[in-house]
Design a protein around this ligand. Structure first.
Ligand SMILES: Nc1ncnc2c1ncn2[C@@H]1O[C@H](COP(=O)(O)OP(=O)(O)O)[C@@H](O)[C@H]1O
Ligand SMILES: [Mg+2]
Length: 214
């Protein structure tokens, strides 16, 4: 596979969707060849069905490990149907969340264990990891505030419980970045949008150097 696989990671509210949109607009014009933008479940019926099962509020009985296995199953199908073919066509693939999300959310957030979730995901993906992972780091309070912005009210008790969860998620992301410094690059996402975009663009230009138009 000759393509470039790049994932975007970070907690909710870190700014992944915002920065991805800008980077797509920019790099569509700057690189030669195909750019594929995707996120799990990515429109394939099997992954969609699995995600529906995970997110169905009726499934209050769902065990944490069941949930982690289902996320990994949906990930594999998306990988096989969409990402691998794109990489085989020599495309650049931007993916909103991948393996590290499960490590952070299921492994640390839901406290199943980050090492086990990582290993299980390596099985699911046959070890296919991104060439580059851009991790958008924000303090948990900042991420939560951004996603609750439209509500305008102060943080309540339930949100504070959520804060613990989000802090575990962030710590796990930071630990992954320390463990895999060649793959995962940390961006300070607690900056103005323009500054975040600039920092992400520099990383992408470096990674996609050989594909940039003259
Ligand atoms: N650097 C930034 N500073 C302030 N607000 C931001 C920044 N980046 C994104 N936002 C806002 O935060 C909210 C969540 O951003 P979004 O891109 O959807 O995050 P994610 O996809 O990581 O959950 C949106 O309302 C967005 O406009
Ligand atoms: Mg998003």
């Amino acid at each position: 596979m000759n393509g470039q696989f790049i994932s975007f990671e970070g907690p909710d509210g870190a700014g992944k969707t915002t920065v991805l949109k800008e980077m797509v607009a920019y790099f569509e014009k700057e690189i030669s060849g195909e750019l594929v933008v995707t996120r799990e479940p990515g429109g394939n019926p099997i992954s969609e069905a699995i995600r529906k099962l995970i997110l169905d509020p009726q499934n209050t009985m769902m065990d944490r490990r069941t949930e982690a296995l289902l996320y990994a199953a949906a990930r594999r199908q998306h990988l096989v149907e969409k990402v691998i073919p794109a990489l085989q066509r020599n495309a650049v693939v931007f993916c909103d969340r991948y393996v590290d999300s499960s490590v952070a959310y299921q492994g640390a957030g839901r406290e199943i264990g980050t090492d086990d979730v990582y290993k299980m995901n390596l099985f699911a993906t046959e070890g296919i990891l991104p060439n580059l992972t851009i991790y958008l780091d924000v303090p948990s309070e900042v991420g939560l505030k951004r996603i609750m912005n439209h509500r305008k009210n102060e943080i309540n008790r339930l949100d504070l419980e959520k804060l613990d969860f989000h802090k575990r998620v962030r710590e796990a992301y930071l630990a992954l970045a320390r463990q895999y410094p060649d793959r995962i690059k940390v961006i300070n996402a607690n900056q103005e949008e323009k500054v975040v975009q600039h920092d992400v663009r520099i990383l992408l230009e470096e990674q996609l150097h050989s594909r940039l138009r003259g």
